[in-house]
Ligand binder design. Structure first.
Ligand SMILES: [Zn+2]
Ligand SMILES: [Zn+2]
Length: 352
């Protein structure tokens, strides 16, 4: 008998590149797991890093070969949410450490990552823990629901920054995380939100359609020059870094006021050399921001149900999984805002 197979986008070896290959359908082997029929999965900056095989993702080597894809929406097949559309938190807690046993899952330090160190959602089916599934409100599109994970990352960046009301905010990096931060900062009452990109026309254009007008591209000019027309040369109160390019932190500090805050969200492939004396004398703060508490997920979905129309321009391309390589090329070449792949469409989905 033929073993049912499906197409999956995988990292197969510890080197640059991804492969679209046939793999067996997964099976939910534990009562606390379900299969999810995947409907849409976003291509994330970290997926590009895994494709390029930058050093910050070498930690997945021991898990190869692995199907990537961690920003997704699909339909749960079993458990209390069977038949419902769900988004899935990609970070899987261990369930056995001291924090997990007292129910403090947010403090778990022994995690695996769906789409990083265990099979992910650039495939028609993915096996996930039931407790990672969060129901999607009716009426919220698959395209927006697939943005839940990055929006939760943006929510955490705002939390780390503190109160942004009345503050002059710079968001460096107009990708999905930066776009989400800009939306949330404006909503939280920032006096001004300036967004900078580097050779980023499609992503800045998405922001324009989301109602932002203080946008600049620093491919041809310096950040200081590019932003001064919006700020009249005044320093920023808060800078969010969402570029993944370490040197942008130096630019951020140079434009930041005394006692100002830089929130770093990028995953950086290289270390940074930094003038700490200037930072000390100006009492500037450098804060890292990463994973939000699990409780942010329903909040992110509710927020999108409320302001989804405003966020819709974030998604620029929706392609079948069979065009995964085209999708990655668009994302790599900065020719897209957000690219989603739909593994449920077309052939190779194990349904036949
Ligand atoms: Zn991501
Ligand atoms: Zn744990």
């Amino acid at each position: 008998m033929k073993v049912p197979a499906m197409q999956a986008l995988r990292k197969t070896t510890a080197a640059a590149g991804l492969e679209l290959v046939d793999v067996p359908l997964p099976a939910a082997s534990h009562a606390d797991e379900t299969l999810v029929r995947v409907r849409a999965t976003g291509i994330c900056g970290s997926d590009l890093h895994v494709d390029d095989w930058t050093p910050s993702y070498a930690f997945i080597t021991q898990s190869l070969p692995v199907t990537i894809g961690h920003e997704f929406v699909g339909v749960a097949q079993s458990g209390p949410l069977a038949g419902r559309r769900v988004v899935v938190r990609p970070s899987v807690t261990c369930g056995t450490c001291a924090a997990c046993t007292v129910g403090n899952h947010d403090a778990c330090e022994r995690r695996t990552g769906i789409g990083m160190t265990r099979d992910g959602a650039f495939a028609p089916w993915v096996r996930v823990p039931l407790r990672n599934c969060v129901p999607v409100p009716d009426g919220l599109s698959d395209e927006l629901a697939a943005l839940t994970e990055p929006l939760s990352i943006s929510m955490q960046a705002l939390r780390v920054a503190g109160d942004v009301r009345g503050q002059r905010v710079l968001v460096m990096g107009p990708g999905t995380i930066g776009q989400g931060i800009a939306v949330l900062a404006r909503r939280a009452g920032a006096a001004q939100v300036v967004v900078s990109g580097f050779d980023d026309a499609p992503r800045l254009d998405a922001l324009r359609r989301m109602g932002f007008d203080a946008l600049c591209d620093v491919a041809q000019t310096s950040l200081a020059e590019a932003t001064t027309s919006f700020t009249d040369g005044q320093p920023f109160d808060i800078v969010f870094e969402a570029t993944g390019v370490p040197e942008t932190i130096q630019d951020a500090l140079a434009l930041l006021r005394r006692n100002g805050i830089v929130v770093v969200t990028g995953i950086h492939a290289r270390p940074l050399s930094l003038d700490l004396t200037a930072l000390v004398r100006k009492q500037q703060q450098l804060r890292g921001s990463f994973r939000p508490p699990e409780s942010d997920w329903p909040e992110a979905l509710a927020l999108m149900a409320e302001i989804g129309d405003l966020m819709a321009p974030m998604v620029s391309h929706v392609l079948p999984l069979s065009q995964a390589h085209e999708g990655f090329a668009l994302a790599h070449g900065k020719a897209a805002s957000k690219v989603l792949l739909c593994p449920g469409d077309g052939d190779g989905d194990g349904d036949d």
